[in-house]
Design a protein around this ligand. Structure first.
Ligand SMILES: [Zn+2]
Length: 173
């Protein structure tokens, strides 16, 4: 299991669409293991493949509390097949947008269809933090970031901060 570098805003790959997997083989399972390893190391509660520079439809999540045993979930080709009308608001952050948090409103509950690490077809009802996290990660597969839900002013402020930081890092190297 390798630790991968996490792509940070304003890297353009974060705005790109990810492709589906045709099948789940050993290489796909290796990618899942790398993603989980990278997510736990960060630490974070969710990671999409695009965040380590791989434009494929896979997300990993684990919303277990720190004192609880790990509950890793790997969702391959995830698809939301139902969302509740009821919404909920959570403070979100993103490993690709460090130290930035804001409230985002999303459907409170969803039903998601996906292939697991063994390639088995699964369906899962998600609520609470898991629902928010899965929606946030699936958004990544379509090039959508949580800051896209904020006001234009807030979003521009965040992007400006990261463009400036990237420029400064470039100047220093
Ligand atoms: Zn994210």
């Amino acid at each position: 299991m390798a630790l991968r570098d996490i792509v940070i805003l304003p890297d353009n790959i974060l705005k790109q669409h990810s492709d589906s997997f045709a099948l789940v083989d050993a290489a796909v399972r290796d990618l899942a293991d790398d993603m989980l390893n990278t997510m736990y190391h960060a630490p974070g509660i969710g990671l999409a493949a695009v965040q380590i520079g791989v434009l494929r439809r896979m997300i990993v999540v684990d919303v277990a509390r720190e004192e609880e045993p790990r509950e890793p979930l790997c969702l391959i080709n995830p698809k939301i097949i139902w969302s509740s009308e009821e919404t909920s608001e959570h403070e979100e952050g993103c490993l690709s947008i460090p130290d930035t948090y804001d409230l985002v409103t999303r459907p409170a509950e969803i039903k998601v269809q996906y292939l697991d690490r063994d390639g088995a077809e699964c369906e899962r009802h998600c609520n609470g933090l898991l629902s928010t996290c899965v929606q946030h990660e699936i958004d990544h597969l379509d090039g959508v970031l949580f800051i896209d839900y904020l006001s234009r002013l807030k979003r521009q402020r965040v992007i400006k901060k990261f463009v400036k930081a990237a420029k400064q890092n470039g100047d220093n190297s």
